[in-house]
Design a protein around this ligand. Structure first.
Ligand SMILES: Cc1ncc(COP(=O)(O)O)c(C=O)c1O
Length: 374
């Protein structure tokens, strides 16, 4: 008889101890498992207005060239981004999605035994890739307003600290850290620490107190700013994101990147999407309208939302999220239940089209009424 495969026999130290990443369920899987039609996905902070039309047109033109390898470093896109951010193209690393930047940073900077700091709940990749490199994740908590806790982070820095992951706006809480606190953090960080400033949701923030991470890069701080084309530009399926960093950090990131990380289609799509002002304006307007509607409706149901600065809302539903999530799935509504982030009574819901937002609210109202009547 064949012996059962045992990954622990083969895997590198740390690999089998990694927490698995549990992504949002795909629409097709929910429709199959729950026997529903027209399921809607408000679970992965994707773009409800789909893909930039200019990006689609650019890809159509490029299709014929797909027999050729892409230019590995995405030079045209880097030049365009460099002009936009007033940095040099060498300061930009384009990767296979923003998540790739987190992987590269962990590969480039974390030695066995190094510490990284996060405020939970936050994006799971920081945990996974720190541990993959044999680093130790120091998990602090967000403060009572669900925001990154600067004072606690500064107090937790030791000679072993290598990186701080600051997600701004934070996923899953959707909160931002303001200018004053950011400045305090940057003023007090010792030279041996790199800050990975994850601004995946940058384009959605309208709060005037939101600090622009590029200022710190231009000032030469040990800061890597991560941005992505997955969210506001609607290119999640193409996998393209980038880092902007001072040269001494960008160079290290460039050493660990594969030769051809980004496809030809992704490069031309991102380049064209950057010029699609009309699409971006519509996306942001839809998001603002949906955010106001959802916050208002959730408040009416007596549920408290963390202050949202992105394209999703983190809401305390006052009911067990595992159970409520099942009920929502039965009605074909896919969200992210908080038990996955150790917040058992919360849901994270992506802002959708108005029709999707209304469907979510009406499903949740019905479920709450049944729950309250029990
Ligand atoms: C905070 C944050 N950072 C990075 C990413 C990675 O995005 P992508 O790899 O699609 O660019 C995500 C995706 O959801 C995210 O929420």
């Amino acid at each position: 008889m064949m012996e059962m495969a045992d990954g622990t026999k083969f895997a590198r130290k740390n690999v089998m101890d990694l927490p698995p990443y549990i992504p949002g369920k795909p629409i097709e899987a929910v429709e199959r498992e729950y026997g529903v039609h027209n399921a809607i996905k408000m679970a992965s902070n994707e773009n409800p207005l789909h893909t930039s039309p200019k990006a689609i047109a650019a890809m159509q033109q490029e299709l014929e060239n797909c027999y050729l390898y892409p230019e590995g470093s995405s030079p045209l896109l880097r030049e365009k981004l460099a002009a936009k951010y007033r940095v040099s193209p060498e300061q930009i690393i384009v990767g296979d999605g923003g998540e790739h930047i987190i992987i590269l940073a962990c590969n480039a900077f974390i030695n066995e035994g190094d510490e990284t700091i996060v405020c939970e709940p936050t994006f799971a990749s920081y945990n996974i890739y720190t541990r993959l490199m044999g680093g130790k994740l120091i998990e602090l908590s967000v403060d009572k307003e669900y925001r990154f806790d600067v004072d606690a982070v500064l107090a937790a820095i030791t000679p072993k600290t290598k990186m701080i992951f600051l997600c701004n706006p934070n996923n899953p809480t959707s909160t931002i850290i303001g200018k004053k606190k950011m400045q305090k953090l940057m003023d007090n960080i010792p030279d041996h620490v790199v800050v990975l400033l994850d601004e995946a949701y940058f384009e959605f923030v309208s709060d005037p107190d939101y600090p622009d991470g590029m200022d710190y890069v231009r000032a030469g701080k040990n800061v890597i700013v991560l941005r992505t084309f997955s969210k506001a530009y609607g290119l999640a399926g193409l996998r393209i994101g980038y880092a902007v960093a001072p040269l001494h950090l960008a160079e290290a990131l460039g050493r660990v990147i594969p030769a051809f990380p980004v496809t030809r289609l992704s490069q031309v799509a991102a380049y064209a999407a950057m010029d699609d002002e009309e699409f971006l304006t519509r996306v942001i307007a839809n998001n603002e309208e949906g955010r106001t509607y959802l916050q208002q409706q959730l408040k009416e149901m007596g549920m408290e939302c963390a202050p949202s600065s992105s394209n999703f809302i983190f809401v305390n539903i006052g009911m067990p999220s595992r159970e409520i999530n099942e009920e929502l799935l039965r009605q074909g509504v896919i969200v992210r239940p908080g038990f996955l982030f150790n917040c058992p009574e919360f849901l994270r819901v992506s802002i959708g089209t108005m029709e999707e937002n209304q469907r979510f609210i009406s499903a949740l109202r019905k479920i709450k009424a049944e729950y309250d009547a029990k």
